[in-house]
Design a protein around this ligand. Sequence first.
Ligand SMILES: *[C@@H]1O[C@H](CO)[C@@H](O)[C@H](O)[C@H]1NC(C)=O
Ligand SMILES: *[C@@H]1O[C@H](CO)[C@@H](O)[C@H](O)[C@H]1NC(C)=O
Ligand SMILES: *[C@@H]1O[C@H](CO)[C@@H](O)[C@H](O)[C@H]1NC(C)=O
Ligand SMILES: *[C@@H]1O[C@H](CO)[C@@H](O)[C@H](O)[C@H]1NC(C)=O
Ligand SMILES: *[C@@H]1O[C@H](CO)[C@@H](O)[C@H](O)[C@H]1NC(C)=O
Ligand SMILES: *[C@@H]1O[C@H](CO)[C@@H](O)[C@H](O)[C@H]1NC(C)=O
Length: 933
Amino acid sequence: MHLWKKLALAALSSTFHIALGQHVVNLGGDGWTVSSKELNMSAPGHLPSQVHLDLFAAGIIEDPYFGLNDFNLRWIPDNNWTYTSEPLKGLVENAQSSWLVFNGLDTFTTIKFCGHFIGTTDNQFRQYTFDISKALSSCKGDPTLAINFGSAPKIANAIADDPNSEQWPYGPQQIYEFPNRWYIRKEQSDFGWDWGPAFAPAGPWQDAYLVQFGRQESVYVLNTDLDIFRKGQINHFAPDQGQPWVVNASMDFLGSLPIKPSMTIQVKDIETGEVLESGPIENVISNGQTITGSVTIDADAPNLWWPTGLGKQNLYNVTVIIEDSEKHAIASVTKRSGFRTIFLNRLAITDEQLAQGIAPGANWHFEVNGKEFYAKGSNFIPPDAFWPRVTEAKMQRLFTAVKAGNQNMLRVWASGAYLPDFIYDIADEYGVLLWSEFQFSDALYPSDEKFLENVAAEVVYNVRRVNHHPSLALWAGGNEIESLELPLVEDAAPDRYSFYVGEYEKLFINLILPLVYENSRSISYMPSSTNNGYLWVNMSAPIPMAERYNNITSGEYYSDTDHYNYDSSVAFDYGSYPVGRFANEFGYHSMPSLQTWKQAVDKDQLHFNSSTVMLRNHHYPPGGRETRNYKNTSMGMAEMTIAVERYYPIPNKDNSAANFSAWCHATQMFQADMYKSEIQFYRRGSGMPERQLGSLYWQLEDIWQAPTWAGIEYDGRWKVLHYVARDIYQPIIVSPFWNYTTGDLSVYVTSDLWETAHGSVNLTWVDLSGNPLSGNAGTPQSKRFTVGGLNTTQIYATQITDLTLDDKKNAILVLSLDATGILPNSGGSHTTFTHRNQVAAEFPNQLALVDPGVEVSHDEKGGTFTVEAKKGVSLYTWLDYPSGVVGYFDDNSFTLLPGEKKTVRFTVQKDDTNGKWVKDVTVRSLWDQTTKD
Ligand SMILES: *[C@@H]1O[C@H](CO)[C@@H](O)[C@H](O)[C@H]1NC(C)=O
Ligand SMILES: *[C@@H]1O[C@H](CO)[C@@H](O)[C@H](O)[C@H]1NC(C)=O
Ligand SMILES: *[C@@H]1O[C@H](CO)[C@@H](O)[C@H](O)[C@H]1NC(C)=O
Ligand SMILES: *[C@@H]1O[C@H](CO)[C@@H](O)[C@H](O)[C@H]1NC(C)=O
Ligand SMILES: *[C@@H]1O[C@H](CO)[C@@H](O)[C@H](O)[C@H]1NC(C)=O
Ligand SMILES: *[C@@H]1O[C@H](CO)[C@@H](O)[C@H](O)[C@H]1NC(C)=O
């Protein structure tokens, strides 16, 4: 205990850093100027920031997100920009050494201090340090720091034009707006993507510090790798849950260690304050600028961290201290972490699994703390084109929506940026697993030494930085490289195919895999987002992981799936969905709401195919710097239009804005219905031979206001999709499967609880006025069921022609489920589950809709809204709210029978209307899509 008294004293002292022989100046804040010599332009700058943000704040440019500024502001990335500090104050005069520490520079910089050249950088994702001792001691006048950011698009083009640079055949290299992104280590979607703009921002996007050391034996911690795993754990095998925990702490630092340094650790439960472990760290080794050691903790001592829905998110503060030979603390770091194992199981299917009816092949699913679970979630893209304005408050709102949406996993897609720690912190708290990827996507990448060295530094820094977060679930090499890029290059250059496979393996297997394993025992690695697994892993083989590629046997399953089909004629055809072990991407785009469009588009452009709406749609992308590629966008716009026209009433309202709104909404209804159909199919697969254990749709949220695959719009408004996904991601669901070609109709109950659940489903046929069909059309009124853990059961199957449906256009089957079951890690107590679903034997545009007389009333006292359908069945009942407030209803896009009342609450996440929004809540239904007003 004596160790801790001393530390507490040090921590209380306001001169903590100086006491440790160092002086740290945070370079963040105002006090910068951003300028361009060529443009003769200058404005107040900030750190962290990016040029667009500072020019916008200074009123030099309008909102980059408005109108067609994606195209109009290209002069910004086409020029160099310099961030110059004010004269730095408060530096220590007689420091032994002085350093600059940059946690992120975007991207190509030349750094000068006091007019002296200091160094260059060329990777947005790395941390850089520079010794400026000499420059400072010879500084005449005021010390200032100047960081010149080169034009990333121009530099990428210059590398491409270099005869020594690798060139690839036409086909694999996907160009969205700016070309040549694959040569540079910068957020790949900065050069455009099919859901986003291409601003190619530049600037000091992360924190920066000036660190000075007053004496020897002083260290400044740059990065900490905290690795918590079960003793003996190997990344690609199931951890033995009976083994003790190992807590391995490894710190990278500036400065120099004392002779005979030691380390101590304290592990403290953040909820109870109880100390789980305290004392010296064993096996301390220092190696260059890194010091490492570990302790073991009894197997059952910690309270485990679980994803949301599967148990509590127990978290611990882990404090690691470096001490000198006299036990004086010289550096201290606290990381909030948790105890869990997370393992991507891609091992061969066992005999025991075969006996359960699981098809042969290999597994492809996650196990947390030794337990299989169903991964429910979506794909996370950069939440803004400009990271410095991604606030903690905004991410709290987003993760609240994720958790409320019954999602336990997000795939952090491979071509934004490695997430900042504060987002992992939020995920740790909310219990959202983050499948994380290295930033490579939809292209082939160079494999020369210089590029690989740059990538290696990026990988090591980021793996070490985020490893302590219990939400970290996986590292994947890149997006769609193996499933898409290799087939594309095989088509484009069949005779060179094995060369490109070799290059793929060099980067994603030979280089990255060992770097991940050397820095993390706790996290599995796979080389690409979608794959058929591996044949073997052998760390001493020249290529340590032998991919299975297409060496597959029919009738066996090995893989996760990535599936898009923009032929909407098969959107609801089960035969068109991939059958695999896990679905990591699938989707179809839709329009954002009218409210969101209004934030970004002039009034006269608020119609479906206005030029601004069309040019903000980047599916299909412009395909180059060409700004007005109507041909490509027309195809994507048409896909939405055709899907609506195929299945839903076609909006044709007199008022142009109302018509636009109805159209936007119709595209969202289609999108949500399609995802629901696929998610139900995937979840049912948990009890099918494919043993399907995950559904992550494309995509969670929007980067800006545009037609995309998102379920949540840029400012946090939920599309129909996020509500529908929330509903169909509940633990126990009842799902109809209507095969409209054969007329087969079956109903399944699917559960992702771990224990068997029991209950019943009422099956009720009604006409669209809400009257029961005589004899319930030949369907039993109710069915009892038992459904196993992570399994499915068919409760009813029929042929539509066998039913006594007088008029298929005037009939829907309402399914109401009531069940009891045990939530994972809930101590065995029973919980009641309900779920409602419905199906018709016609698509919505064929139904004989009646005006349901749907109305909403607001109860001011209770803060709730009550919706009632007074005249008929209200389908796709949609509560809408005005601009100025962010939040979500308890439920939305639901079916309401006449006489039913539904009361919902609206969770307010942000309100700029001073509560006035409640007056403008409206309700509509499918019927309103058919009316002129
Ligand atoms: C722009 O920046 C790049 C990269 O730092 C540099 O090579 C180039 O000389 C700069 N151009 C000008 C006009 O300053
Ligand atoms: C855990 O650490 C954080 C950050 O250092 C601190 O704010 C918090 O009070 C600590 N919690 C406990 C229980 O010590
Ligand atoms: C799912 O339930 C069925 C029926 O009880 C059973 O035969 C099958 O083995 C179960 N599947 C798994 C993977 O447990
Ligand atoms: C194909 O896979 C089998 C194991 O499923 C393995 O024995 C064989 O070597 C593989 N073939 C190739 C060419 O990798
Ligand atoms: C109906 O079932 C058949 C046979 O399983 C399948 O091929 C077809 O794709 C299904 N059609 C629809 C619309 O689901
Ligand atoms: C099913 O129907 C029975 C009989 O009408 C009713 O008591 C029960 O509440 C219904 N269950 C559900 C989930 O609607």
